[in-house]
Ligand binder design. Sequence first.
Ligand code: CP
Length: 327
Amino acid sequence: MRHYTHIADLGVAGVERVLARALEWKRAAPGRHLDGRVLGMVFFNPSLRTRASFETAMLRGGGNAVVLDVGAGVWKLEYRDGAVMDGDRAEHVREAVPVLGRYCDALAVRTFAALEDFDTDNADPVMRAFRSYTSVPLVSMESAREHPCQGLADMLSVHEHAGATRGVPVTLTWAPHIKPLPHAVPNSFLLTAAAAGCEVRIAHPPGFELHRSVVAEAEALAAASGAKLSFTHDQDAALAESQAVYAKAWGPSAQNASVSAHPDWMLTRERLDRLAPEAAFLHCLPLRRNVEVHDSVLDHPLSKVVGNAGNRFDVQRVLLDMMLNGG
Ligand code: CP
């Protein structure tokens, strides 16, 4: 039984395989490869792209999906071992997860970081609980630590744009926001780009460092793939001659850092001139226009944000095939 909840479940070879097959299936669709299969999708948090892309991947493959919104027509779920359940969480995942396994061939879960404690979020408690109790394959639709399907879609976009991922300079730049956001997307961009062999540049203001365990994992992937990693507080230097720039807001790792203290980090049209000619601008979406990224970037021909969202479908149908068919 294969679970795909973290990039570590794929490693360098697995990331390469998903990207290669996604490119192949974009040229020739696989047909009803998921015939009669049912995916149970459990959402603790909202979604547009993840929900629609997983559901359509199942439907177009000949399967089906059951969508459960925790706390909205579905019991609120407890995940902590030993919890005294005298609050509003009426069911424990110890029962709920194996029960869903009696109806579904695979499960998918979305659960955001609580943003109360950096180390606790990095330990991914809800995803780990689902992983412990599931009797069927499990895939992440984003958890506190990682959003692996997003990272795979991002690398598929880089590959389509640059013709490769190995050695391609890609920049992840921090973006301002009105509130702290989870680290799952930047973590996954770093981990997947490291596995894919890119020249990865991470730029952020002081106080917004990614978790040391994510950086260490990315360094190990880079050693295996030949990727190069660099970290800087200088956005302009990180953008120079990069072939893809990915902007993303994430919350502080230092208590005295504020997400609204660096409005000058918002990507503007002028900053695109620092990139290599014909570079791509990417973002996971959703985003707040003119807070994180200026209109003049999003509406520029270099912006590939819609195509990047489309690539979620393409990488996820490969992962679903690997989970359900051992492909
Ligand atoms: N990028 C992404 O995961 O989008 P949603 O939150 O809309 O699913």
